[in-house]
Design a protein around this ligand. Sequence first.
Ligand code: ADE
Length: 236
Amino acid sequence: MTWQVDVLTLFPEMFPGFLGYSLAGRALEEQRWSLQTHALREFGSGRHKAVDDTPFGGGAGMVIRADILDAALEATKPQDNRPIIYLSPKGRLLQQADVKRFASGRGIYCICGRYEGIDERIFQKHAIEEVSVGDYVLSGGEPAALVLMDACVRLLPGVMGSDQSEVEESFSEGLLEYPHYTKPAQWAGLKVPGVLLSGHHGAIASWRKEQAKTITKERRPDLWATYQHRYGSGVS
Ligand code: ADE
């Protein structure tokens, strides 16, 4: 069965966006995954199809109404048990483990918000996972949904070449990637690390592992602490 993404949004024209290009785009054409957008506006109320209103208690911005969102969800939500995901900066931070879980299921249903957010009561009626793609605030959930979709689609069978697995492995293991080099071997007076030209696969593998550890230690002490915890504090 095809891995399916549904997106509920005020801006259906933002999809598939950059996912129409490159490997994900080709995979979409090849029907390795499918994408369906649902326009939240169609469920709006009155002549202007309003979807939002001012917040109770006052304050800036507008809030998407629970009744409107509910009507849209009831009409379009998945009949299988695909997760319903609301993209939001106050969601749980997306991890590669979540991406793997989503990619190995039947697909995902994404809700994209705008304005200040959505009426909180929606979470009491529907089982919705609130997910953030990073500790920064975007102007809406759409770019976040595209990021989430990209991370999932590249893991689907047949989407990436065989070289995907290596990058995947190092990250899943909890380390950042080692540095890469290609021809020419000398450029602007700069040399490629000698071990990479040595032909010794074992030496190359251990050099790469050391580099990955060093970079992780320097740039992401949080990941490094988790790695040490996972593989024993003896690793350095
Ligand atoms: N919407 C706005 N900012 C977001 C973020 N960082 N992650 C997910 N959805 C968002």
